[in-house]
Design a protein around this ligand. Structure first.
Ligand SMILES: C[S@@+](CC[C@H](N)C(=O)[O-])C[C@H]1O[C@@H](n2cnc3c(N)ncnc32)[C@H](O)[C@@H]1O
Length: 369
């Protein structure tokens, strides 16, 4: 699919606390769509015996390889700086004159395959100044939209993010949020036309011809953002910080991959990594996986392939295996479930845990071995 050929995602709009909570430590064989790689690091932190990382896009796999290598080779402060979560590395107390830090010097310490090294060297001018996490097409698009809104409509979300309790945040939300303005902006920015023209090149899963969500995208987003801003402390949410502030300004909102305990666990993990560039439909049937982290890829599959997905998994897939599927506006409502059940309790828990608000979860459990 043409849309997935370039570096589209560099941070992840997926709150990986969901998968992390569901994957038991030491699982045998895990399947993960690479995407930005930010969902993959917490899976490695769970130390499965084998992790198969798959993506159609070479660039996304190169980003995933880079993330893993950085977590393994760099100290925690170096890792945050290298990826772009921080703008510098705090100097030791004894240092008198501090200088700017050097991402290229950190890059040179990473153990990478030759093709991955070559890819990142070929675009060093892009990542050296600010790191990687906001480079993707998706992240750039939403940063630009957010900036347009903040400047064009003079809307400042910062005071809401500064709240340190939910009560304070709710009061600041009532004071600073401009609901009509925001809704009108969403009608334009979250229209099918804009999504397709600037991001998905005709493959937007929320297009009216394919979506299962009854609300139009702008209404869905308006409802979900209101829910998040009135029920969760947004300074702890990296996704909302990127959309509404243009970057991650409050470290208590760092995504799971950037938490010290996860980086530490990735470093300690002994997981065997297998990387495959290809279509998940071809890789999934090749081996029995006991955990599948499928991102929202099912929304982009042709109807018949999506329907048969669970049935095409390897016949030796053990009972109790789980498949975690996200969907944005186009839910996998037609999956044939023979031998599997939808774990509605876990779906609800995932929805409540998820900080993005944009996904619905479909978590399946294999019932027969
Ligand atoms: C569906 S996108 C969503 C991105 C994601 N939300 C993130 O934060 O990284 C995830 C990744 O799936 C890959 N992908 C989409 N369809 C695929 C398929 N049929 N087989 C393998 N990879 C696929 C894309 O290249 C992309 O990198």
């Amino acid at each position: 699919m043409a849309y997935f050929e370039k570096l589209n995602y560099t941070l992840s709009n997926e709150d990986t606390r969901v998968e992390y909570a569901l994957l038991p430590p030491g699982a045998k064989r895990v399947f993960a769509i690479a995407g930005s790689g930010a969902r993959v690091l917490p899976l490695i932190a769970r130390n499965p015996e084998e992790l198969e990382i798959v993506d159609l896009s070479r660039a996304q796999l190169d980003l995933c390889e880079l993330r893993v290598a950085a977590a393994r080779a760099l100290s925690y402060p170096e890792f945050l700086f290298f990826l772009g979560y921080r703008g510098g590395i705090a100097a030791p107390a004894e240092v008198e004159t501090d200088v700017s830090d050097d991402r290229m010097a950190l890059f040179q310490r990473l153990e990478l395959s030759p093709s991955c090294r070559e890819f990142w060297l070929s675009c060093a001018a892009q990542w050296q100044p600010r790191g990687f996490i906001l480079l993707g097409k998706w992240e750039s698009h939403f940063q630009a939209l957010g900036k347009l809104f903040r400047q064009g409509f003079r809307m400042n979300f910062r005071p809401i993010f500064e709240a340190q309790s939910l009560e304070e945040q709710q009061a600041l939300y009532r004071k600073h949020w401009k609901p009509t303005l925001f809704r009108n902006f969403l009608r334009m920015a979250a229209s099918e036309l804009v999504f397709n023209k600037f991001l998905y090149h005709g493959h937007f899963s929320g297009a009216s011809a394919v979506k299962t969500e009854s609300r139009p995208p702008w209404k869905f987003l308006d409802d979900e953002f209101r829910r998040l801003f009135t029920t969760k402390l947004v300074r702890k949410n990296y996704f909302l910080q990127v959309l509404f502030l243009g970057g991650i300004h409050f470290e208590e909102g760092l995504p799971l991959e950037a938490r010290p305990e996860i980086v530490e666990a990735v470093r300690a993990s002994r997981t065997r990594l297998v990387t495959t560039q290809g279509n998940l439909l071809e890789v999934l049937p090749t081996k029995p996986f006991d955990f599948l982290s499928l991102s929202d890829t099912i929304s982009y599959l042709p109807e018949d392939a999506a329907t048969e997905l669970l049935q095409k998994l390897h016949p030796a897939t053990p009972a109790g295996s789980r498949a975690v599927i996200r969907s944005f506006l186009r839910a996998p409502t037609q999956l044939r479930q023979d031998g599997w059940e939808l774990d509605t309790q876990e779906c609800r828990k995932a929805f409540e845990r998820d900080g993005t608000g944009v996904y619905r979860f479909f978590i399946y459990r294999k019932t027969a071995g």
